[in-house]
Design a protein around this ligand. Structure first.
Ligand SMILES: *Cc1c(COP(=O)(O)O)cnc(C)c1O
Length: 359
């Protein structure tokens, strides 16, 4: 068998959820498990968190259906709301909560012929300028929704922070106060915080928070010093060395022969590539752990393989354990080397990569 997998410690995710609850003790925290639980396996993560969380959140309807069909019974908040009248009735029947962000979705809920009322959150625009209704529109929407028999009485007002991971930005406090005063006027509960806000902006903690990335054990901040909450990285992306070659000075290696040995070198070939989700744009020098020691990536990332320079690691041989990221090498560091963020690397892990869940 190919020696490549994402090893996922589900109990680390449970521990990270408890850290969320300690940081925001007055809030209910919806576990965000969209994008296959940031690559970790949505059904397995949902099962592990089931007894801890009040609800789950996913991006869209099909993700919620997949969880229900797998036997997950907790409420599931659908972050992009829905499109289509028949979906409203189905959401009500299956206990999916809808985060509505425009008039069209609101009209669908108001005119739906459901046998039971649906639970609704309303997205309000406070400064991100992506999804959400401005305060004036939200005013009318609140009134219409609250007086409709089609929705459950506990409407939640929600907004999304644009700059929560920027500790110097004034925008977060502005967004928080904008939504808070609107919610106070309407005496409605609210939801603001994502991972970065849960960790850095206590004033954003509200009736409901929406932690995602931090559940998987990584800091949502670019700067490492904010990861002082003891989050446990849940995934180790693991592989093995499948070949070791000697490369003479001046000889090129891999597609395009991009990397040329400057000295007599030993190069290890590892059984992982962009077909698994390892970033193709990771440049030479990106760190890889072989038997726990850092070695640099060399040459281009292929679909099924990468190469590393083992010259300074005399003992390395075929079959040696490789960590691409995990407990000993942060996915954030690999992402930063590849010019992206850890979120993208985790969400980009492909279907062919086996997920393994040790007991
Ligand atoms: C993805 C998402 C979150 C979670 O954000 P993290 O930074 O991963 O914690 C929260 N709210 C909404 C609306 C989202 O789409």
């Amino acid at each position: 068998m190919r020696p490549t997998s994402a090893i996922v410690r589900l109990n680390a995710i449970v521990e990270n959820f408890k850290i969320v609850c300690r940081l925001a003790p007055g809030s209910k925290n919806v576990a965000v498990i969209k994008a296959n639980a940031y690559g970790h396996g949505a059904v397995e993560v949902a099962r592990a968190l089931h007894d801890e969380v009040p609800a789950f959140a996913v991006a869209f309807f099909e993700e919620a259906v997949q969880l229900r069909d797998a036997g997950i019974t907790k409420p599931i908040l659908i972050l992009q709301g829905t499109l289509g009248d028949e979906v409203v009735a189905e959401a009500a029947a299956r206990d999916f909560w809808l985060l509505l962000h425009n008039q069209q979705q609101i009209d669908q809920v108001l005119s739906a012929k459901s046998t039971r009322p649906v639970r609704v959150w309303l997205k309000v625009e406070t400064g991100m300028y992506r999804l959400g209704m401005n305060l004036e529109e939200a005013q009318g929407a609140c009134e219409a929704l609250v007086s409709s028999n089609n929705i459950q009485p506990d409407l939640v007002l929600c907004t999304q922070l644009a700059c929560a991971d920027d500790l110097a930005s004034p925008v977060t406090k502005q967004q928080v106060s904008k939504l808070s005063s609107f919610a106070a006027q309407h005496k409605l509960p609210l939801s603001i915080a994502n991972s970065a806000a849960i960790m850095a902006w206590p004033e954003s903690h509200a009736d409901w928070n929406r932690p995602g990335y931090m559940l998987y054990g990584n800091s949502p901040f670019a700067t490492a010093e904010r990861n002082d909450e003891g989050l446990l990285p849940a995934m180790t992306l693991a592989s093995e060395i499948i070949a070791v070659r000697n490369v003479a000075p001046g000889v090129g290696l891999g597609y395009g022969l991009d990397w040329v040995a400057q000295r007599q070198s030993r190069v290890g070939i590892i059984a992982i590539g962009y077909g698994d989700g390892y970033p193709r744009h990771a440049p030479g020098g990106t760190p890889v752990l072989v038997n726990g020691a850092r070695v640099p990536l060399v040459g281009r990332v292929s679909m099924d393989m990468i190469s590393v320079d083992l010259t300074d690691l005399h003992a390395a041989e075929i079959g040696d354990f490789v960590e691409l990221w995990g407990q000993n090498l942060s996915v954030n560091e690999v992402a930063s080397s590849a010019g992206t963020i850890g979120y993208e690397l985790l969400a980009g892990l492909t279907g062919r990569l086996p997920r393994v869940y040790p007991k």
